[in-house]
Design a protein around this ligand. Structure first.
Ligand code: SAM
Length: 183
């Protein structure tokens, strides 16, 4: 009897958490125009290669989701500063929880709209966003960045040519393109 009660309680908790996550992601998509869709982990090495983070780098993942990119960058260069900016509560909490249980000391996760924060100290930025959001972000990047590298996964800026594109292809996964921009 007690075991059944515990089982029902755990199941209910899972259902409530699942529903909460689903609703949060749906509201997030409404709010930002981009769903929470984490980058496939097998791309992380390629992203790090495209970014070329140095000890003095200041890296931003604009819309950091669960924090996987910002954490990889921070681990790859412990002297760099790595900031993840996420507006939606559920992915933001995932990123914070990950960093709580597996701390990476040069990572900061901020809950904010990336349109409202200054990016003037950024040397490297990663984006995995949709085209209309990219279009809206471009003027801000052009006015605030001085000598920064921006890497966007799968979605290029429609009004700016990439300096380099990297096709990531292997037999196991679908192909992805990294667009590299120098600002
Ligand atoms: C496709 S996911 C990418 C997550 C992460 N960058 C990755 O590659 O795993 C895009 C994320 O950007 C967030 N986002 C979209 N617009 C935003 C904004 N204006 N400010 C902060 N976060 C935003 C969404 O909530 C979503 O979690």
């Amino acid at each position: 009897m007690t075991a059944a009660l515990v089982g029902i309680t755990i199941l209910s908790l899972f259902i409530v958490c699942g529903l909460f996550a689903l609703v949060s992601v749906m509201i997030g998509k409404q709010k930002t125009g981009v769903p929470f869709l984490p980058i496939p982990s097998h791309l992380l090495e390629e992203i790090l290669g495209a970014l070329e983070i140095a000890p003095e780098s200041v890296f931003y993942d604009l819309g950091c989701g669960d924090g996987r990119v910002v954490r990889s960058v921070a681990k790859s260069e412990p002297r760099a500063r790595a900031l993840g900016v996420e507006l939606v509560f559920f992915p933001y909490m995932l990123a914070r929880i990950r960093n709580f249980f597996h701390p990476v000391k040069n990572v900061v996760i901020r809950r904010a709209n990336f349109n409202d924060i200054s990016l003037s100290n950024a040397t490297h930025i990663f984006l995995y966003l949709f085209p209309p959001v990219m279009d809206a972000l471009l003027p801000k990047l052009e006015s605030e960045l001085r000598g920064a590298r921006v890497v966007s996964c799968d979605f290029p800026f429609r009004n700016r040519a990439a300096n380099r594109t990297i096709l990531v292809k292997n037999e196991k996964h679908r192909a992805h393109t990294l667009y590299v921009y120098e600002f």
